[in-house]
Design a protein around this ligand. Structure first.
Ligand SMILES: [Mg+2]
Length: 355
């Protein structure tokens, strides 16, 4: 189907410098994170914007995302029919979920702006001010740097600590010394190779200051039996991140985890993330909304879904310098659109335009 309301697509790569060097289990230390911004404009001049933050973990890069965008026939996209537009993109090429997410976000931004509604209202989701609190992430580092990062994040009521290095116990102790009593979540990013090693680490965490939950303790290649074994014995809730992508994964994940982490770049956008969050809850799973390192554009898009999540980890924009967009804010971790530069769509504007 071709639409009479012709849409033009522009995209460009953007480098986001990081506040601190960033490392997670199994990853290299990064100083810059690469994203691709997209802009759709229809022939009424209505604009929708989006962002792809591809991850090598999922075999996606800014180059593969740009290659996908170059293939798109923008005449097949319309703010008036997001569902048909997404069907076209799904059929265009396999994978490339961060690129598909960027276009889904841009289509919904334009559609909600046309309707003169913020995205959460356009989707009938609801977003409540003074209710949705994000954690702030502390990447893997040496313990004196961990201490500095934790002290610098003193305003944030919840921390998420990346584990999966040989210095885990020393680093966790440094965090606890700098922030005794603070709510902490842990993300092992697949680092614990066996169920016995995972259980030992979980029990150590319980005995040494406790945490709210543990994200992705074992690799995605861990068997269903091993995940179920760990779930049955863990006294901390276990959340699937790398093991969970789409709504269709919910039933499988309910066997080996207590909750799932949903990200726009993994599911392929807001539409698929809403379906994934609802499917997870229907399967009895707790829900978490997460992110990659990304600008305020994509963090704001996810924030509109906050009402569907039990836990939020939407801090990717707080880890970069020179964020080119303004949107949702996170003073003391509290997500708010009160000071957003736009009332409709994503409630986001380019920083230069927003002043
Ligand atoms: Mg994670």
């Amino acid at each position: 189907m071709r639409f009479r309301s012709r849409v033009q697509l522009k995209f460009h790569r953007h480098d986001l410098p990081l506040v601190n060097a960033w490392a997670i289990a199994g990853g290299v230390v990064k100083h810059v994170h690469l994203v691709v911004f997209v802009e759709l404009t229809d022939n009424d001049g209505m604009v929708g914007i989006g962002e792809a933050s591809p991850s090598r973990r999922y075999h996606e890069t800014v180059e593969s995302a740009q290659k996908f965008f170059a293939k798109v026939d923008a005449a097949r996209l319309s703010f008036l029919d997001v569902a048909s537009s997404m069907n076209y993109l799904a059929a265009l090429a396999p994978g490339e979920f961060s690129a598909k997410s960027a276009l889904n976000v841009a289509l919904l931004d334009g559609a909600a702006r046309r309707a003169r509604q913020p995205l959460h209202e356009f989707l009938g989701l609801g977003f409540r001010e003074n209710r949705h609190v994000t954690s702030f992430s502390i990447g893997i580092d040496h313990s004196p740097v961990i201490r500095k990062k934790v002290l610098a994040a003193a305003d944030f009521p919840i921390l998420k600590m990346k584990l999966g290095s040989v210095h885990d116990r020393e680093n966790f102790a440094a965090l606890r010394a700098a922030a005794p009593g603070k709510s902490v979540r842990v993300d092992a990013n697949e680092a614990w190779r066996t169920k016995e090693q995972a259980l030992e680490n979980i029990e150590w965490l319980v005995c040494n200051g406790g945490v709210q939950f543990v994200e992705q303790p074992m690799p995605t290649t861990a068997s269903a039996e091993d995940c179920a074994w760990l779930k049955a014995r863990s006294s901390l809730p276990l959340f699937a991140d790398e093991s969970f992508h789409f709504a269709a994964d919910a039933a499988r994940c309910a066997e080996g985890f207590h909750g799932v982490n949903v990200k726009l770049c993994k599911t392929g956008g807001v539409t698929a993330a809403v379906a994934a969050l609802r499917a997870a809850r229907a399967a009895g799973l707790q829900t978490m909304l997460g992110c990659m390192i990304e600008s305020s554009l994509l963090i704001s898009a996810a924030a509109h879904l906050a009402h569907l999540a039990d836990f939020l980890d939407l801090d990717g924009n707080l880890l970069v310098t020179g964020d080119p967009f303004r949107g949702v804010t996170a003073e003391r971790g509290m997500l708010s659109f009160a000071a957003a530069p736009e009332k409709f769509g994503l409630c986001v504007a380019a920083r230069a335009a927003a002043g």
